[in-house]
Design a protein around this ligand. Structure first.
Ligand code: CAA
Length: 698
């Protein structure tokens, strides 16, 4: 038998214990061991029932994702499941921790299922660009009906044991050692004379309006195909007999396995876990963190304070003036009341967080004991330096001084203190208690344990933290500035902001760049353009029509008008005809004859600009690895997860073709479209961005 499965006897019960840490993924050895274990139990005299149980923290977290993309090896998981279900002995799955994907599919082949109260089950395959591939689309509908099955399979959500019991996925919840609980249940079943019970032999459920369900899943997933495909697989469970349904599921599963979306989503899965793994921090202990200071109680400062409070830190927030203190407190309470309403915290917890754990004051002295302080004041170097001088004077030795600046030079900020080694950038994204991304900006003199503490804070706050070097805009905003410029150029040359937004939403972005501008406030970009104007290179093409929108007092959603017009009570906006007129006038002034753009060309240019700048960011060491850029765009900028990130997207498209396009765009505008040296190098060497990720992991 495989060393991944242990076989023991307890009277007339055999126990198969899966031992494949950390999460008992169904690797080849586990699959072989399960089949061998069932066979052994059947030939082992006196065995009446078999309990399958997982060792360590989970029952089974699913198929072994590291095997995806490689040639599948027998026994295949559907056959393992079938073998378990077909056993002449009574099979009991005793589940603890998670039972996900193939793990739940194994459990669905057991004849009875018992779980710990803390257990969770789910079919997360859609998050990997797949559908369940070992019978869940056929068995689950027979067990719990079509609607509940579609809910679980198309959302990929995990349900806790009590909900799973109500749905009928599990039979019983009992707390205790999973093996002991399973054995006791098996004994009780035997003494009650219980029989084998195969889900595949249950009656198929009633049909629904499949096309409507398919369209609904497609729309909800915004371009991701696997949830809609799951509807078709469940449809097969109703329309075909069980064996044919299984074949249909397998075919759809294998087809999805070949897609770029599957590759993109699995890249996202592993990158999310690799992003905080930095070789230089391997043996570095972070500093202790209990209390956090925040400077500035605006939207950003209040969001950071909220995130810190919700993660168990005490918070001291400094406002500039007495009259701002109450408003800052209210802003944080407002955020926390959202968490209260969603059931994330209790009323008692809310009361504690808004009183005992939070201090809002104008007195910098209150920061004398905090472990780390983040300033979130106005983006102006002089203002920031003034704040850091004050922090340097009041904060205890060893306290970390962090700036939430989005583009200012953290080295220069650090130099305004006597402890530059304790200074770091912690760039949160607004609203900071909601957005998952945190850029940890490492300045020249930042000490390694300060960087480690930045990552430790990110982890405590539930963020995806990405290391970034110092440059204008760090990773995300620097790349954004470039692809946004590509969009602006297309508007000057003939595309409308509305066509561009639509093409990019169809590509999978949550919003297009012009709708994002309206949401963020057009005054922000206006201020940046004014700041940059004196140093602008004469070859830069910067449209002026947007300034005219701002000069008229229209800043986007907050004023009801920007690129779009926002009517009260309606979601989204309608195109603003004044913008179209202003664009026309500017084209005429510049002597541009507008041309048509296809949606495909819009996406190609936008993505080419993004990837080219991202390659510069990696080449210059601002981001250490391509996957760091991917995670920034995914978690901070609404990039579609199913493409894995812009670098993964570029690999999937082919870097040579992308470089050729960039070089052809350079014929029109050589200043803007300067190919990234790293991109040229990779193409010359026939390598990909993912090769760089792999080299960094060695
Ligand atoms: N295969 C291979 N490795 C896996 C894995 C899997 N299914 N699930 C987790 N791991 C690895 C992780 O990559 C990580 O490795 P490193 O320590 O080297 O980074 C390690 O296990 C621990 O994982 P986490 O850091 O994520 O630990 P966690 O406690 O936060 O979460 C988890 C545990 C809930 C199981 C989470 O890892 C998870 O959601 N895993 C994916 C589950 C999944 O998608 N299963 C379905 C697989 S597809 C399938 O089963 C198809 C089918 O029907 C045939």
């Amino acid at each position: 038998m495989s060393d991944k499965i242990s076989y023991t006897r307890n009277g007339d019960i055999a126990v198969l214990r899966i031992q494949n840490p950390p999460v008992n993924a169904l690797s080849l050895a586990v699959r072989e061991g399960l089949v061998a274990g069932i066979e052994k139990a059947e030939s082992d005299e006196g065995v009446q029932a078999v309990v399958i149980v997982g060792e360590g923290r989970a029952f089974i977290a699913g198929a072994d994702i590291t095997e995806f993309g490689k040639p599948p090896q027998e026994p295949f998981l559907p056959d393992v499941c079938k073998r378990i279900e077909a056993s002449s002995r009574i099979i009991v799955a005793s589940m603890h921790g998670v039972s996900l994907g193939g793990g739940l599919e194994i459990a669905l082949c057991a004849h009875y299922r018992i779980a710990q109260p803390s257990a969770r089950v789910g079919l997360p395959e859609v998050h990997l660009g797949l559908i369940p591939g070992a019978g869940a689309t056929q068995r689950l509908p027979r067990l719990i009906g079509v609607d509940a099955s579609l809910d679980l399979i198309t959302s990929g959500r995990q349900v806790k044991a009590d909900e799973a019991l109500k749905m009928g996925i599990i039979d019983k919840i009992v707390e205790g050692d999973p093996a002991e609980v399973g054995i006791a249940y098996a004994k009780a079943l035997l003494s009650d004379g219980a029989k084998r019970r195969a889900v595949s032999e249950m009656t198929p459920p009633e049909p629904i309006d499949w096309d409507a369900a398919y369209d609904g899943a497609l729309k909800k997933a915004r371009g991701q195909i696997s949830p809609a495909q799951a509807v078709r697989a469940v449809q097969a469970s109703v329309e075909l007999d069980f064996d044919d349904g299984m074949l249909a599921e397998r075919e759809m599963f294998m087809d999805l396995m070949k897609t770029d979306q599957r590759q993109g989503m699995i890249h996202a899965f592993f990158s999310e876990r690799a992003v905080g793994n930095l070789p230089e921090l391997k043996d570095v202990e972070p500093r202790a963190l209990k209390s956090i200071g925040v400077i500035g109680g605006g939207t950003m400062g209040a969001g950071i304070a909220t995130a810190a409070l919700l993660s168990g830190f005490s918070v001291v927030l400094i406002e500039m003036k007495d009259e701002f203190v109450a408003a800052a407190h209210d802003r944080i309470s407002g955020n926390l009341s959202g968490a209260l309403k969603r059931g994330k915290i209790s009323q008692d917890k809310f009361d504690e967080l808004t009183t005992k754990a939070l201090t809002v004051t104008t007195q910098y002295d209150a920061l004398s004991d905090v472990d780390l302080v983040v300033e979130a004041v106005f983006e102006d170097m002089a203002v920031k330096k003034d704040v850091f001088t004050k922090l340097d004077a009041v904060c205890k030795p060893g306290a970390i001084l962090a700036s939430n600046t989005s583009y200012l030079d953290v080295d220069e900020i650090a130099a305004s203190t006597l402890r530059p080694e304790d200074v770091i950038g912690l760039h949160f994204f607004s609203p900071a208690h909601v957005m998952k991304l945190l850029e940890v900006v490492v300045a020249d003199k930042t000490a390694p344990d300060v960087v480690a503490t930045g990552f430790a804070l990110g982890k405590a706050l539930g963020k995806i933290s990405v290391r970034a070097g110092v440059c204008d805009g760090f990773i995300g905003n620097r790349i954004l500035a470039t692809y946004r410029t590509a969009a602006d150029h297309m508007v000057l040359d003939g595309a409308s902001p509305y066509q561009i937004d639509k093409a990019l939403v169809n590509f999978g972005f949550a919003m297009g760049p012009f709708a994002v501008g309206d949401l963020a406030g057009l005054d922000i970009g206006w201020a940046t353009r004014k700041r940059k104007a004196p140093h602008r290179h004469p070859a830069e093409r910067v449209p002026t029509y947007v300034d005219k929108i701002c000069e008229a007092g229209n800043f986007g959603q907050k004023t009801g008008k920007g690129y779009y017009i926002y009517e009260k009570g309606t979601r989204g906006g309608i195109p603003n005809p004044e913008v179209t007129e202003l664009i026309k006038a500017e084209r005429a002034e510049r002597g541009i004859t507008p041309r048509d753009f296809t949606d495909a060309e819009i996406v190609r240019r936008y993505m080419a600009a993004m990837v080219n700048e991202a390659a510069k960011v990696v080449g210059e060491g601002i981001a250490k690895r391509p996957l760091d850029v991917d995670m920034v765009l995914l978690f901070g900028y609404g990039f579609p997860r199913y493409w894995g990130g812009p670098m993964k997207w570029a690999d999937l498209q082919g870097l040579a073709e992308l470089l050729a396009d960039i070089e052809s765009y350079a014929d029109e505008n050589a200043w803007f479209w300067q190919p990234a040296p790293l991109l040229k190098q990779l193409v010359a060497e026939g390598r990909t961005f993912d090769d760089l990720n792999k080299e960094a992991a060695k």
